[in-house]
Design a protein around this ligand. Structure first.
Ligand SMILES: Nc1nc2c(ncn2[C@@H]2O[C@H](COP(=O)(O)OP(=O)(O)OP(=O)(O)O)[C@@H](O)[C@H]2O)c(=O)[nH]1
Ligand SMILES: [Mg+2]
Length: 238
């Protein structure tokens, strides 16, 4: 166990949160280019400039000395908690989702240093075909699992391994969500259930326990740490 855990940073300690969250805008849509092949998408941003602008992630013209938005893909099985985590990260308040994402969900989170564009694709079976199409455009993949959904962890593992096999260096952050539920697997169990030691040690990989607790409260320190780490990771990628 200790050997396999060496390849993964288990994050649970406090990291100071720099910068505030400026806004979050919610939207579900199917982009028109979803039918294109990954090659055609390689040079395109995750969100078009119009979509980015609508979400408050407008890009500055290249002549201006303003860093571009950082693009992050958020995947995982239906019900894992992707929307709830994203909404909480963006607003700093716990807000559990009440409906499945029927397509895509784009969220913009600003810190003092940068704007980060998160794109969640719903986890239901019919949407999983879209997952891979966005991989070539992103700086970081966040994969959310329901730590209490023991039965479906093998499916979550299979899909994760399929996603990462085509890119050995894409940074990966796994959120072992719903840690508040009694009987939820702890992160070492999740590490084993997802066979993370097989994913290779070329990439940066993080496994973090999270939960989106009671509505209306400030988010937990683990979620704040997660946001801080995401900002740090994407700022390191050129
Ligand atoms: N107990 C508990 N429930 C959670 C947590 N996170 C999310 N939920 C609940 O789990 C259900 C699914 O959450 P969503 O955020 O919609 O899950 P999702 O991954 O976005 O699902 P899809 O959009 O269908 O792919 C909702 O009822 C949430 O309230 C958590 O940390 N703990
Ligand atoms: Mg969702």
């Amino acid at each position: 166990m200790a050997g396999s855990l060496r390849q993964v940073a288990l994050v649970g300690t406090a990291v100071a949160v720099a910068g505030g969250v400026a806004y979050a805008v919610w939207r579900s849509y199917f982009p028109s280019e979803a039918a294109q092949g990954p090659e055609e998408q390689q040079q395109q941003p995750l969100l078009s400039s119009q979509e980015g602008a609508a979400l408050g992630c407008a890009r500055a013209p290249e002549s201006q000395d303003v860093p571009p938005s950082k693009q992050i893909l958020v995947l995982g099985l239906d019900g894992a908690g992707k929307t709830s985590v994203l909404h909480s990260l963006a607003t700093n308040q716990v807000k559990r989702s009440t409906a499945p994402t029927e397509g895509f969900n784009a969220v913009c989170v600003s810190t003092e240093e940068m704007k980060m564009e998160f794109l969640e694709i719903g986890g239901s079976e019919s949407l999983r075909d879209y997952w891979k199409k966005y991989l070539p455009r992103i700086l970081l993949l966040i994969y959310v699992v329901d730590s209490a959904d023991h039965k479906r962890l093998p499916v979550a593992k299979k899909l994760l391994h399929q996603l990462v096999q085509s890119n050995s260096t894409l940074p990966l952050m796994i959120l072992a969500n719903k840690q508040d539920i009694e009987g939820a697997y702890c992160i070492t169990d999740i590490h084993d259930a997802l066979a993370l030691s097989e994913i290779g040690d070329e990439r940066k990989m993080f496994l973090i326990g999270t939960h989106v607790a009671e509505d209306g409260f400030e988010i937990s320190s683990s979620l704040k740490d997660t946001r801080e780490l995401i900002a740090q990771l994407v700022s390191e990628v050129v």
